[in-house]
Design a protein around this ligand. Structure first.
Ligand code: DX5
Ligand code: ZN
Length: 234
């Protein structure tokens, strides 16, 4: 079982893009921990979102870490640009990089925490020779490209396997690695996901879909409910 504090990472893919700065300020004020920033290039995934300029634009609106999820190919050219734009964590899909070890080093050389993202069919073997360069492991519980999809239940056993790898590495080296899940996370499945060993939870539609009115504390209720649910997981 993990002993990292649970973190909530609202995904701005589901936010109101016409007032993204305000959305970021308010969702973190409501208790979000990281800003999950989904970068899609319409090449690695069949969708197109935003780039470093938008990351730079929201940077002044929060002190919270910006968790950049690169669904792009190639990966390397965007790493320095997002680091400069204010990213704190940069994760990427190993299939999208010709040289995974080099890309992880590149992210860390630019002062960001580095992570690998595992699609539902991507095996955890990619971790075997790079655990020393990884700060975050992210499991996709949907196929990447869109918000609002259903959670893939097989992710739970993959989470238990990843948690075992992380805990074994921690026993050997003392190094902490965060285990993040991304896609279809809701209040209703949060406890079982946490019980499987996840400590960091991306949620887009579950959070931004709940804040329909325009007042500043429109996300307080859903985030408080998520916190309460997580508190029940020992
Ligand atoms: C999907 C993205 C996810 C997505 C999560 O490719 O990586 O971060 O925005 O959205 P929900 O929580 O609505 O599934
Ligand atoms: Zn994501």
């Amino acid at each position: 079982m993990c002993d990292n504090a649970f973190l909530l990472a609202p995904s701005v893919l589901a936010a109101n893009f016409a007032q993204l700065g305000r959305e970021v300020t308010d969702v973190i004020a409501a208790g979000g921990d990281w800003v999950h920033f989904d970068v899609m290039d319409n090449h690695y995934v069949p969708n197109l979102t935003f780039g470093p300029l938008v990351c730079e634009a929201i940077r002044p609106y929060t002190q919270a870490p910006i968790d950049v999820h690169l669904m792009v190919e190639p990966v390397d050219p965007l790493v320095p640009q997002f680091a400069k734009a204010g990213a704190n964590i940069i994760t990427f899909h190993p299939e999208a990089s010709r040289h995974v070890d080099r890309t992880l080093s590149l992210i860390r050389e630019h002062g960001c925490q580095a992570g690998l993202v595992f699609n539902p069919a991507t095996p955890l073997d990619w971790l075997d020779h790079v655990m020393d360069k990884i700060d975050v492991i992210m499991l996709m519980s949907v196929n990447p490209g869109f918000g609002g999809q259903g959670f893939i239940p097989a992710t739970l056993s993959k989470a238990r396997a990843a948690r075992a790898k992380i805990d074994a590495h921690r026993r050997e080296t003392g190094k902490r690695i965060r285990l993040e899940v991304d896609g279809g996370v809701k209040l209703s499945n949060l406890a079982e996901i946490a019980a499987a060993g996840i400590d960091t939870f991306v949620a887009g539609s579950a959070i931004f879909g709940a804040g329909l009115d325009s007042d500043a504390n429109r996300y307080d209720t859903v985030i408080a409910a998520m916190r309460e649910t997580l508190a029940t997981v020992s």
